[in-house]
Every structure is written in C-alpha cells, then in structure tokens.
Design a protein around this ligand. Structure first.
Ligand code: LLP
Length: 428
C-alpha cells in the first residue's frame, strides 16, 4: 500500500485526494505534501520486524525535522537521533524520552554535551577530543553519562562517496587500533562515564543487507572484546542507512524485516539491546514536492521543462546526482509529444536540476509536476538561495475525503489540508 497512487485516468492521488485539485488551494508553490498514514505504516514495519528483540528505533531527525512529524513519530514510540545542539533541543521540546535519544556527531561542542548530560541522553564518543569534552560535560552537569563508542568498522556501504561514513578514511568514529586507548580512558573516569555499548553507521541509501551483516559481525566481535575487559555493555547500535526504491522500478529492496532478520540472531546471541537509527526509510516515501510547470523550452539538443521548484527546495539531485522519480499530476493532452526532458528550476545556475533525461509528455504551462520520495533530506536541506522561500508543508487532514466533495474553491485550506508548517517568511 502506498500513499501516492495514479488512477487509471492518469491523475495522481495522495490519500484519496487529487493532487491536481489540492494545488488549487495552496497559494505558495512549490510545497511539500506528506501522508501521515504512510509515516505510521513505515514505523509499524520496523516495529513488526523488531518484535521479540529489545530495541530502540531512534529516528534520525536530520532527515526531516518538521515539528508535527516529530510529534507523530514520538507518539508512535520512536526515540531520536541527534547531531546538533538544536536537534537535541528540538527533540526535548517535542517530548522525546531522553533515555531513547542518542547524541551523535564528530564535532559536538561542550555546551551541547552539557545539555545532553543533564537530560540523560546517550552520547556517542567519536574521537579523543570528543571524549575529553564528554568528560568535562559530565563534570559540569554532575551527571554520569551513558556513552557508546562509535566504531569505524571499515565496511564499504557501496553508495555515493558523500553519504558513505563507515570506511576507514572517513571523518567519523574510532578505528580499531585506538579501541584500547578509549577503553582505558573510560576506565579512568568511572564517575563521569558509563560505557553502555558500541555504535557504527555505515552510510546512507544502502540497498544490500549483507553490508549490515558484515558490520554487525565486526561489531559483536568488538562487544565481545569490550565485555572481556569487564564492561557491562548492553547496546549494539548499528546506525541507519537503509535505502529505498527511488527509481520506482518495482525492484525488490531490503525491507526493515530483511534488515532485522540479517542482524537479529547475532543480537540475540549476545543478549544485546539493538538500537537502529533510520531516517530515510521512515520518511522519504511519505512525501512529494509539488511544483507547477512554468514553461517548456529547447536549446541545442536539450529539452527543458522549467518548474517553480528548484535546487533551493530540493538539492539532492544537484548535490549527489540523486535520482528522484518525477511525474505529472494530471493526464497530458492526447496530442502531447513524448520526449526526453531535463526538469529544471529557475535558480541561476546549471546545477539547478531536479531530473535529467526524463521521458515525459510535453506538459502545458501550469501543469502540476511532482518529485517523489521527497520526505527525507529535502525540506531539511532546503535553502533560501536566490531569496526563494523555504516551502510550506502540508498533509491531508483526517476528515478530508468526506469534506472534499463539498469543498468549494477559494474557501481556504482548513478541512482539506493541515498546514504542517508554513515558514515564517511566508507571511512577509
Ligand atoms: N545515524 C547516523 C549517525 C547518520 O549519520 C545518519 C545519516 C543516520 C543515522 C540516518 O541515515 P538514513 O537512515 O537516513 O540513511 N543528505 C543525504 C543523506 C545524509 C545522511 C547522513 N547521515 C541524502 O540526501 O541522501
């Protein structure tokens, strides 16, 4: 079951609402359109897979930090994975249980570590200086901090180099030759630190579960070594990174169940509490960026569809050459010529594209066009480049299927869509 479906007559729907008609009611474009039920389904898939294991689902807030979405994820029982002081403050504000939160990062600063220590969140040790800062924070907060060692397992995640984090030359984590130094250092600080586990994160958009298995084997070996020295470590944190089918190819990609099936037995064999840190696989497929076609043009051998959305709202194609599926929200006129287009925005640089060489019917001006799977690392990476405004975000309201038919154009947005966020700048 998926939230965005195309009807036989060629209209795109989100949770039973015609996207084409939703567009009539939203003044600002582009905008993000989410499905709340899809978020629920994604979390449930993880929960089902984790049944029978002691575990924490730590949602990686960096993927999408919309307040309503965070509240929803918290209510569903997720913890939170944080990489900045402000993400930590936001998680606390939303009411995430601090003992289900994990503070990550290779450059955590003292002030933020003090807050983490006071609140009792797990902190991952990333380096020697990070260790020193965590000890200092524990003293200031007068709290013993639960720490995990972030180990760099040197496993190749087979992804774009910008989103690989677990290979030995990356800036993240601790290499095995330094493990003993950290164990000795923790031993010397029993009042400040309690070593409770080991963490790794291999990278993002991973599509083979064997990669997680390789890492889990390495990690439980480390845990055996750590336990052999008298530490009572209980947590194995295998990070996030599960990919999704951005191509919409129907390819069978690993599911949460496939992931947990691959590592579950290892976890049980050592009686560990498993922490996972999914971002993308919880939120990416719950959202579209909804745009309008401004016009169509041809230069040399290239055809372009120019839309109002751009790299400012959605930078993944420009930054990682990432593929996100693009389609029109309504059927093209029968005589529309099908051609290959680059789908581009109005921003003043040639890196401003949402898709390249996409086979699409030539759209009329004003046609709606969506970029799929835009729930993760899209709004959270949006900028105001060219003084574009960060887009508003909506999800269809609960009552809307019933109220929809009687809903009149121009009547406002209430009842049809719930405004998840309209950024401050929208009112200006
Ligand atoms: N845990 C740690 C320590 C991480 O660094 C990350 C992501 C996650 C968990 C969540 O990973 P996920 O399940 O979402 O793959 N901006 C890039 C992705 C950067 C990922 C950074 N770290 C993109 O748009 O593809």
């Amino acid at each position: 079951q998926h939230c965005f479906t195309k009807s036989e007559d060629g209209f795109l729907y989100c949770e039973g609402l015609k996207v084409d008609e939703i567009m009539d009611f939203v003044e600002r474009r582009p905008f993000y359109l989410y499905s709340k039920p899809q978020i629920t389904r994604n979390v449930e898939a993880y929960k089902d897979a984790l049944e029978g294991l002691r575990s924490i689902i730590g949602y990686a807030i960096k993927a999408n930090n919309n307040l309503k979405i965070l509240e929803h994820l918290r209510k569903l029982g997720c913890g939170a994975v944080l990489v900045s002081g402000n993400e930590l403050r936001l998680a606390l504000h939303v009411g995430f249980d601090p003992t289900r939160c994990i503070f990550n990062g290779n450059g955590k600063i003292l002030e933020d570590l003090v807050l983490a220590a006071k609140e009792g969140v797990f902190v991952n040790i990333d380096s020697e200086f990070d260790f020193e800062n965590i000890v200092a924070a524990a003293r200031i907060a007068q709290k013993r901090v639960n720490v995990l060692l972030r180990i760099n397992p040197d496993v190749d995640p087979q992804v774009h180099p910008y989103v690989a984090t677990g290979n030995k030359n990356s800036k993240f984590g601790i290499r095995n030759e330094k493990l003993q130094w950290f164990l000795d250092a923790v031993k010397e600080h029993p009042n400040e630190l309690k070593l409770v586990g080991a963490h790794c994160h291999l990278g993002s958009t991973i599509t083979k579960v064997d990669i997680f298995r390789d890492a889990a084997i390495i990690m439980v070996n480390y845990i055996d070594q750590i336990r052999a020295q008298g530490f009572e470590v209980d947590y194995l944190n295998i990070g996030g990174g599960l990919g999704i089918d951005y191509q919409h190819s129907g390819a069978v990609l690993p599911t949460p169940r496939d992931l947990i099936d691959t590592v579950g037995e290892l976890v049980l064999s050592r009686d560990l509490n498993l922490i996972i840190e999914p971002g993308r696989s919880l939120i990416a497929n719950t959202c579209c960026l909804v745009n309008r076609v401004t016009g169509v043009k041809t230069n040399g051998s290239k055809n372009f569809i120019v839309i109002d959305g751009s790299m400012a709202e959605l930078i993944r194609p420009s930054l990682y050459n990432a593929y996100q599926h693009i389609e029109l929200v309504s059927p093209a006129p029968e005589d529309a010529e099908i051609a290959k287009f680059d789908v581009v925005g109005p921003v003043c640089e040639s890196a401003d594209f949402l898709g390249k060489d996409r086979k699409l019917p030539t759209p009329n001006k004003g046609t709606g066009l969506v970029v799929h799977d835009a729930g993760a690392y899209c709004m959270s990476m949006a900028s105001t480049y060219n003084l574009k405004m960060r887009p508003p975000e909506y999800w269809p309201s609960k009552q809307c299927p019933e109220r929809y038919s009687s809903w009149k154009k121009g009547g406002g947005e209430e009842g049809l869509l719930v405004v998840v966020t309209v950024p401050e700048s929208a009112s200006g």
